[in-house]
Design a protein around this ligand. Structure first.
Ligand code: XIL
Length: 321
């Protein structure tokens, strides 16, 4: 049976989001058989690493990096700056903006330096644009000012001249106002010579939306700007809004999901070589998916079922390659 990574070999990485607490027996085997790249589901987020100014906990990220290195897995770093999973001490920080900025610079440089040469790429800033457009009002915008995104990319680049630097966001294929503002941000960064290498399209999508054309239009805008494109957090919901909620993965939706995976992979495959990097799925087994907590309804968004069996979605992924 052909594996995802083998079929995509020489073309792009096939990645999965992983958690250190799941790296046991069957999960291990499946991960290393089918995938050749990983993203940390939460191990490299600020809340995990950053205990306080100058105070870092490397236990979990180091374990993951060691695991990936031992198993020849590419590593995508996620995420240096995100308004979710900010440590509590930072949310309640009462020092000056200058102090806050120094803390952020130290954080980014320390983390990027630690993994320089070991990881290929970083999501430097994650989800900085609002749904429906506009720069998201976060602690980072508030304390560092409107050019905080540029600063974060520059600090990351100063710490590692070689690592690929990505901006990462969700739902831009379907939300055109948001999409416009993401590209306005990127245009501004590029005009100011801020080092940005790529764009992560998260691709938390459903069997109904976005359409192939919507995804293609978004990808085309990234390519016009010479950005590497990463489908960074792919999953395909079968119980989206606007549909009757089903309690099992029906044959019809199972088939629609296979087609959607095929469509997305096929489209990614057509990206010109230098701008391809990886398709990363956001988890391996359906019951481990974040979607179930997020939407509070049953779903089966991934490529494998709870017993590590391949689903039709896996066939669809292979068909797209
Ligand atoms: C999610 C993880 O999957 C969860 O385990 C965690 O509790 C919250 O974050 N966009 C992102 C990811 O960029 O970091 C999020 O991951 C999913 C949405």
């Amino acid at each position: 049976d052909v594996n995802l990574k083998d079929k995509a070999a020489g073309n792009f990485f096939v990645g999965a989001a992983v958690s250190t607490n799941r790296l046991t027996g069957g999960y291990n085997d499946l991960l290393t058989n089918e995938f050749n790249s990983i993203t940390a589901e939460s191990e490299m987020k600020m809340r995990t690493i950053f205990l306080g100014p100058g105070d870092y906990d490397w236990t979990r990220p180091d374990a993951l990096v060691e695991y990936a290195t031992d198993n020849n897995l590419n590593i995508h770093g996620h995420a240096l700056v995100w308004h979710v999973e900010v440590p509590d001490w930072m949310t309640t920080f009462t020092g000056s903006n200058e102090e806050f900025e120094q803390i952020m610079e130290d954080y980014i440089k320390t983390v990027v330096t630690r993994y320089a040469g070991k990881i290929t790429s970083w999501d430097v800033v994650n989800e900085a644009i609002n749904d429906g457009g506009g720069v998201r009002n976060t602690i980072f915008l508030d304390k560092l000012g409107p050019d905080y995104i540029a600063k974060c990319f520059q600090w990351a680049r100063e710490a590692d001249p070689d690592v690929l630097l990505f901006y990462n966001d969700y739902n831009t294929p379907a939300d055109l106002t948001k999409q416009n503002d993401v590209y306005a941000l990127i245009d501004e960064l590029q005009a100011d010579n801020v080092p940005i290498d790529g764009l992560g399209l998260q691709m938390h999508i459903s069997i109904d939306s976005p359409t192939r054309q919507q995804i293609q239009d978004d990808v085309d805008k990234a390519l016009e700007r010479n950005l590497i494109v990463h489908f960074s957090e792919l999953d395909v919901r079968v119980n989206p809004d606007g549909r009757e909620i089903v309690g099992t993965l029906t044959e019809e939706r199972d088939f629609d999901q296979r087609l959607k995976y095929k469509e997305v992979v096929d489209l990614y495959n057509d990206i010109p070589d230098p701008f391809k990097y990886a398709i990363t799925v956001w988890g391996i087994r359906d019951p481990d998916s974040w979607i179930i907590n997020q939407y509070d309804r049953p779903d089966w968004p991934l490529l494998f079922d709870g017993s590590f069996n391949r689903k039709s979605a896996h066939t669809g992924f292979l068909e797209g390659l």
